[in-house]
Design a binder for this molecule. Structure first.
Ligand SMILES: NC(=O)c1ccc[n+]([C@@H]2O[C@H](COP(=O)([O-])OP(=O)(O)OC[C@H]3O[C@@H](n4cnc5c(N)ncnc54)[C@H](O)[C@@H]3O)[C@@H](O)[C@H]2O)c1
Length: 286
């Protein structure tokens, strides 16, 4: 394991989460290769990473005396010296299954393949993996470099060695793991996503304005940012994708994305990443 911890962390998907996970690892001194199929996403990630590194530095998110390591942003990666691969590609089960099948065939046995899915059961994704025992769910929160708690999902076929390797990797990145059993949306998305959907429905029905919903959740119930500001931070496209996964797999009507969310995604109002969602932002993050 000591040798393995020397390796490069490969992160697939240079979107909101992939970029922030890459920054978190780099800020703890680990070399990272960040991979995306989309050249525009790779360009955006380079700009976003500088912003995240400055933000994280200002907020003291990284250990003193550790020089941030380099993040290489590329189209393809070499699996040979990977300590682990984190997939943070778009929240579509078919796409993730394809990525997991390809990567698990290329990785040496024993190198953990980590899915950052927010809602798809790990055992469903494990069907696509060559070695289901190497697949672990590791649900980083956004922004990953500030939130130290990580929800780790152990699928029924996940092996002890992969769990131990992921625990060591997360500790090395200064993260605290809470391990949960596999299930659609796990703990955090199963609780958070329907709540955000309800908050959007409240706005859609004209019960309260966006900032009043957030003000009540912050001021009365101690929510740190309010559900609709959180939705903008997540990205409304990703939120809708995750709600659809939850709805399809649980039948819970609270998880059926409301019309307001669907309309905003159709209009390209995706939240912070596009400069407008429930709120307007001076500058798009991407
Ligand atoms: N946004 C959040 O707050 C949040 C929080 C926790 C978990 N997640 C999960 O993390 C994952 C990524 O979410 P996101 O918000 O960063 O999405 P995003 O849409 O911002 O980024 C996804 C990226 O994946 C890339 N991609 C698609 N197919 C690929 C492939 N085959 N190889 C490499 N890259 C590919 C896309 O080009 C895009 O840049 C999802 O599973 C999501 O549910 C998101």
């Amino acid at each position: 394991m000591a040798d393995r911890l020397e390796g490069v962390l490969v992160v697939l998907g240079a979107g909101v989460m992939g970029t922030a996970i890459a920054v978190t690892a780099a800020g703890h001194g680990r070399r990272v290769v960040l991979v995306d199929v989309d050249p525009a996403a790779r360009d955006r990630a380079r700009g976003r990473m500088d912003l995240h590194l400055r933000h994280a530095g200002l907020l003291g998110a990284f250990p003193d005396g550790v020089a941030p390591a380099a993040v290489e942003v590329v189209e393809e990666f070499d699996p040979a010296d990977a300590v682990a691969v984190v997939e943070a590609v778009t929240e579509r089960a078919d796409l993730k299954a394809k990525v997991i099948a390809e990567v698990s065939a290329a990785l040496p046995p024993g190198v953990p393949l980590i899915s950052n899915t927010s809602s798809i059961p790990i055992d469903e994704l494990a069907d696509a993996a060559l070695r289901p025992e190497d697949l672990v769910g590791t649900h980083f929160m956004n922004p990953a470099y500030l939130i130290r708690q990580v929800e780790v999902v152990r699928g029924p076929r996940t092996g002890d060695a992969a769990m131990a390797a992921v625990a060591a990797l997360l500790a090395d990145m200064g993260r605290h793991a809470v391990v949960v059993r596999d299930s659609p949306g796990f703990v955090t998305s199963r609780l958070l996503h329907p709540m955000i959907n309800d908050a959007a429905r409240i706005v859609e029905e004209g019960v309260a304005a966006t900032d009043d919903v957030d003000a009540l959740m912050q001021g009365c119930l101690g929510h740190r940012t309010g559900p609709l500001r959180t939705a903008d931070l997540i990205g409304l496209d990703n939120l809708v994708d995750a709600l659809l996964v939850l709805h399809e797999r649980t039948g819970d009507d609270r998880a059926r994305p409301c019309d307001l969310l669907l309309r905003k995604v159709r209009d390209g109002d995706l939240g912070r990443k596009s400069g407008r969602g429930f709120y307007d932002y001076e500058e798009a993050l991407s």
